[in-house]
Design a binder for this molecule. Structure first.
Ligand SMILES: C[S@@+](CC[C@H](N)C(=O)[O-])C[C@H]1O[C@@H](n2cnc3c(N)ncnc32)[C@H](O)[C@@H]1O
Ligand SMILES: [Zn+2]
Length: 196
């Protein structure tokens, strides 16, 4: 489920729609969490879908690293990629804001974390835009993503969390915040790790 303080807006013909903050969202806020209404589409189920639905699944779902596609039931499926993403997923089933998101700012993540099957041409326009987002980006970028997530993680218990009820890994989060275990790496979701 996507953070409630967000709305869908049309950006342009090339990118389509995106999600924008309707209130400031502070760093450390859970901005998206996987929930029980999301569809899990196995490779077998995908193969049986008509082409029209296959297109929708490829456009709006992400691969969870176990070859299943997760299709979010709400506006969470409209989160666009940015090479300077405002949200990233630690090795948990949720994303957090890695910096303060201003009112009206787009809520983005990094498709490089989502087990891309092929290169993705990026039009994000961020300074330092990678131009192409690549399936093996985690090999080069996980350390930087983990650095940003670790910087935001301690804020989790200090900011308003409208999605907290849906977060399943509360015990692990408490252990991270207590310094007992490290923040799980973005790499936890990487399919090459999970299928090895
Ligand atoms: C999960 S959908 C996001 C919602 C999409 N903008 C829409 O309106 O349907 C993913 C698609 O959005 C577009 N998109 C997202 N981020 C983009 C980016 N940084 N550059 C270019 N296209 C992007 C691509 O067409 C991509 O396949
Ligand atoms: Zn980019």
């Amino acid at each position: 489920m996507i953070h409630p303080h967000s709305e869908l807006r049309f950006i342009n013909d090339a990118i389509g729609y995106g999600l924008f903050a309707t209130r400031p969202i502070p760093k450390g806020t859970v901005t998206w969490v996987g929930d029980s209404l999301d569809q899990i589409i196995t490779p077998e189920k995908l193969a049986l879908l008509p082409e029209t639905l296959k297109y929708q699944v490829h456009r709006y779902s992400y691969l969870n690293g176990r070859a299943d596609r997760i299709l979010c039931w709400d506006h969470g499926r409209f989160v666009n990629h940015s090479c300077a993403a405002s949200c990233l997923s630690p090795g948990f089933n949720f994303e957090i804001a890695v910096r303060d998101i201003a009112l009206g700012e787009e809520i983005t993540d990094d498709y490089g974390t989502l087990n891309l099957e092929e290169p993705f041409a990026c039009l994000c326009g961020a300074p330092g835009c990678r131009g192409q987002v690549l399936p093996d980006d985690p090999l080069h970028l996980s350390a930087e993503w983990d650095r940003q997530i670790s910087g935001a993680f301690p804020q989790i218990h200090r900011v308003e969390q409208p999605l907290w009820e849906l977060v399943e890994e509360k015990a692990e989060i408490a252990r991270v915040l207590a310094g007992e275990i490290p923040v799980p790496s973005v790499f936890t979701h990487y399919r090459a790790v999970l299928t090895a």
